[in-house]
Design a protein around this ligand. Structure first.
Ligand SMILES: [Mn+2]
Length: 478
């Protein structure tokens, strides 16, 4: 191998975002992250992923933390390492399409508070829903010299998803002005030899760097990375070992050692990585002890490959069935999911399409008649409000669920009527809570969760102020 040209593979570390999202429901607080940031900054990672929809939601909802403040603190510590975030296209970090002014503002504030790379995906792979976020990132890059747009293809299986389909997508992404492409295999469906084929095809179709993101859920992920790296993939997403495997990513140290002394040698120092692992191990033990990390997420779940259902969707499904006292219908629902997916145009299963398809499958099974009832979100999907699917939807299902209704063919923001600037109205609605510009965006994405958080923040501040108050002179410090 010595005479081969060196092509070091980059490692993106996911422990501060996807790894804890996948293993402990996104509950890692900032205080666990900060003490190790300095050491992580000296590793030489391609990037560290630290922000996204779930981290944004969980930090306000459960941890009572300001996600923007977390980002600023991480930025302060990471002096040499790029920080990366995940972005749901026109849905930003939320669950509905927003007008373009919100997308532009969110991208601007993300970069201003510390993000370098924005990974943008759409749950239907309708790339029209990615354009505003890519343009917004390129605008900031021009102004600030910082900010990269990475487009993620939501990887999935089905008749429509041929190598030609992915090659064509890669070309379109390059034309859109993205800086790199990610194959986002959120369910762990990409098996090793298919990965080799796919990476080779993408490499022939585009000059953009290719990054691979997968989950260990189905047990094949390390082998998938091996074949993908041999086929020329540029960066792989990994998690430090205490937060790796199971529904998370392959372990960073394992991949580093795998490629050591090969042309793909990452150049990362295993001894330094061991120190990072040593730091996170006691926290992992704590999470297992408290039940936050369940053994259910740690093994191999072969149903993922069998039914092509992402791990997170499986656990959601189980808890939804539990609530209905219908856990015994699990197998039926599992078999219904691919049928519902076919009916609505065979979309990838990723937030929010995964929840939409999963919940509808549960309805279909529990009601004893398919589409006797449909969720509002499922109707919206049929109406074209999320954008266009690759395959046509079932006319029969459309006629049953939304008979006679208008169906849209535009990109999601236009289909749902979000064509006028939204921010002024949103700001007017929440101005009593505003302490920083970023608060308007938090409220825009999660109005209820943000309001609860703002109330909590205010209560905390008033308590602090009271303690500081100079009661003798009836004066407060300024
Ligand atoms: Mn993921």
């Amino acid at each position: 191998m010595a005479d081969q040209v060196k092509k070091p593979v980059g490692i993106m570390e996911t422990v501060l975002r996807d790894a804890h999202q996948s293993l402990i429901a996104t509950r890692m607080p900032t205080e666990i992250m900060l003490p190790i940031v300095d050491k992580m900054d000296k590793i030489g990672y391609h990037a560290v992923e630290c922000w996204g929809g779930a981290t944004f939601d969980a930090s306000m909802r459960f941890l009572k933390e300001d996600p923007w403040e977390r980002l600023r603190q991480l930025r302060d510590g990471f002096k040499n390492t790029k920080l990366q975030m995940l972005f749901r296209g026109q849905n930003i970090l939320g669950y509905r399409p927003y007008a373009d002014d919100v997308v532009y503002s969110f991208v601007e504030k993300s970069v201003a508070n510390g993000i370098d790379v924005i990974r943008i995906f759409d749950c239907l792979n309708d790339i029209r829903n990615l354009q505003a976020a890519v343009d917004a990132t390129n605008k900031i890059k021009k102004q600030e010299g910082r900010g990269e747009a990475q487009i993620a293809l939501s990887y999935t299986l089905g008749d429509a998803y041929t190598l030609e389909y992915w090659a064509d997508m890669a070309k379109k992404i390059e034309e859109m002005g993205a800086d790199s492409i990610c194959i986002k295999d959120m369910a762990g469906l990409l098996v090793p030899y298919k990965a080799e084929e796919l990476v080779k095809t993408l490499k022939e179709s585009t000059k953009l760097p290719i990054q691979l993101h997968t989950h260990y859920t189905s047990g094949v992920a390390s082998m998938t990375y091996l074949k993908a790296v041999e086929a020329g993939v540029d960066v792989i997403d990994c998690a430090i070992s205490p937060f790796a495997l199971g529904t998370s990513q392959p372990a960073t140290e394992v991949m580093v050692q795998t490629f050591k002394d090969t042309p793909y040698d990452t150049g990362l120092d295993i001894n330094k990585l061991v120190e990072i692992a040593d730091y996170f191990r006691p926290y992992r033990e704590e999470c297992i002890e408290s039940g936050l990390m369940s053994t259910k997420v740690l093994g191999v779940n072969i149903k993922t490959l069998q039914y092509q259902v992402p791990g997170g969707m499986l656990s959601n499904m189980v808890s939804q069935l539990k609530e209905q006292n219908a856990e015994d219908r699990y197998q039926e629902v599992l078999e219904e999911i691919p049928r519902v997916r076919k009916d609505c145009g065979e979309p990838p299963l990723v937030t929010p399409s995964s929840q939409i398809v999963g919940t509808q499958a549960i309805f279909n099974v529990l009601m004893g008649e398919r589409y006797k009832m449909a969720t509002g979100e499922f109707k919206d999907l049929l109406r074209g409000n999320y954008g266009q699917t690759v395959k046509p939807m079932s006319e029969e299902v459309i006629n049953k669920v939304i008979p006679g209704e208008v169906r849209h063919t535009e990109r999601s923001a236009v289909a749902t009527g979000h064509t006028e600037p939204e921010l002024p109205g949103i700001e007017a609605e929440m101005k009593q809570w505003k302490q920083q510009d970023e608060d308007v965006l938090s409220y825009a994405l999660l109005p209820q969760v943000a309001t609860e958080f703002f109330k909590f923040r205010q209560a905390q501040q008033e308590k602090v102020d009271l303690a500081k108050a100079d009661t003798k002179n009836n004066a407060y410090p300024v």
